[in-house]
Design a protein around this ligand. Structure first.
Ligand SMILES: *Cc1c(COP(=O)(O)O)cnc(C)c1O
Length: 428
């Protein structure tokens, strides 16, 4: 697909072409496990990675491939691999880079589930994580040692309304010869382009805004294709001979597609965190309207954040689109089309008022999700961030007196009316 096309064109057309067998205009759901080989030579070439084609749907599937191509185009990457969830995408992003004994430097302000995955489960792989405040660039630099294989942060950190200085982290990563991985879930490629700002890998929970309507669990890893995996000896999986493929060197053989090919040929083959074609179909449908939805999400979020901030039952609102936000200036650089639609509200009534608010809302749904067309609310301290220590909760923007809102694309006035009546009950 031509890279001169604009975002609105790419979100509909990238990765899609009329079906060669039937002419079907919409991408068909290729609900098949396997693909017939032309002959024995064809099969051998596919298994040797000498020819690109479909073998088995744990590795590749045409519906899933169309989705990967579309997200790669929107993010400005060379290739993408779809996965069964956002958390799977995070494992898939790190898998080619890591060995037992290696570590990553990650932001303290990550999605709660990611902090748990990185700090608990990754330890069993022999991977460790140094959490640092990524606003403190000297601390990020100091946290990197010889065994560090990546820096990891989120564009707009969920749920605290923090915006990450992606170019500044990219400069540090480049200087150390390691990739910067950005979780762009809450911004989406419409609001932020981490690759253009220096990131090597971008991960998404497609469960959220990309699909957009709360129907799918999915993830994707996008590779910029620009990182030199052979510049040092830190990434042997990509730069050194691979025994499982007769000594093939992924970087030497596939160049800018080395990471993507490795993720399919080794990652999906052996970890099996594959996205199914039905889910890929829903995500393709969702992405067709991404820019329209994000404009409305952002407009509603701005209006609601301003209304809440002016309300005397509210202590504080952390939305980077507000003039009062310390991240306002940075948001203008990193997410120029808007600071997303996710923010937290601290209530004067504390923990009790938060719980009552959540129970009194009628239009907002109390769910552990975000990035849906409908407005959602959660009290992070008693749910998603429950596993964290009180210090970690505060660092992640999920203190006990804080609720997180994910603003949908309903009429803003209806959402304000709902919040108004629920705040009245919560503070009565
Ligand atoms: C939801 C989420 C994830 C995890 O994605 P799943 O699809 O639920 O596995 C990771 N990062 C962020 C920012 C998220 O919001």
């Amino acid at each position: 697909m031509s890279d001169t096309f604009g975002f609105d064109t790419l979100q509909i057309h990238a990765g899609a072409r009329p079906d060669p067998a039937t002419g079907a205009r919409q991408v068909p759901i290729y609900q098949t496990t396997a693909y017939v080989f032309r002959d024995a030579d064809h099969a051998a070439a596919l298994f040797n990675l000498q020819e690109v084609g479909y073998i088995y749907s744990r590795l590749t599937n045409p519906t899933v491939a169309a989705l990967g191509e579309r997200v790669a185009a929107l993010e400005g990457g060379a290739g993408a691999v779809c996965c069964s969830s956002g958390h799977a995408a995070q494992i898939m992003a790190l898998f080619p880079l890591m060995m037992p004994g290696t570590n990553i430097v990650a932001s303290t302000r990550l999605y709660g589930g990611t902090i748990t995955q990185f700090s608990q489960t990754f330890r069993r792989f022999g991977w460790s994580t140094n959490f640092v405040d990524t606003d403190d660039l000297a601390a990020v630099d100091a946290a990197i040692d010889d065994n560090t294989r990546a820096i990891f942060a989120e564009t707009i950190a969920n749920p605290g309304g923090y915006v990450t200085d992606i170019p500044a982290l990219a400069e540090i990563a480049n200087r150390h010869g390691i990739p910067l991985i950005i979780d762009n879930t809450t911004a989406t490629p419409y609001l932020a382009n981490p690759i253009a700002q220096g990131a090597t890998l971008v991960v998404h929970s497609m469960t959220k805004y990309l699909t957009g309507n709360g129907t799918v669990t999915g993830g994707v890893v996008v590779d910029s294709g620009a990182f030199d995996w052979s510049q040092n000896d830190k990434f042997p999986s990509l730069s050194q001979p691979e025994p499982a493929y007769h000594g093939l060197k992924f970087h030497e053989t596939f160049g800018s597609l080395a990471f993507t090919f490795h993720s399919i040929a080794i990652g999906l083959r052996d970890l099996g965190m594959t996205l199914n074609p039905q889910a890929a179909h829903y995500s393709l449908m969702g992405i067709e309207t991404l820019s329209l939805r994000m404009d409305k999400h952002v407009a509603n979020a701005q209006k609601l954040a301003e209304w809440l901030q002016a309300d005397n039952r509210v202590e504080a609102v952390t939305y980077a689109g507000l003039d009062s936000s310390p991240y306002k200036e940075r948001a203008g650089r990193i997410v120029p089309k808007g600071a997303g639609a996710l923010f937290t509200v601290a209530l004067k009534g504390g923990y009790e008022a938060c719980v009552k608010l959540v129970d009194s809302l009628e239009l907002f749904s109390h769910v552990a999700n975000l990035g849906d067309t409908r407005s959602l609310i959660i009290h992070s301290a008693s749910t998603t961030h429950r596993q964290l220590s009180p210090e970690q909760q505060v660092a992640a923007g999920a203190a006990p007196n804080v609720v997180r809102l994910s603003i949908g694309i309903e009429d803003a006035d209806d959402l304000i009316a709902d919040l108004d009546q629920a705040l009245a009950k919560a503070t009565a």
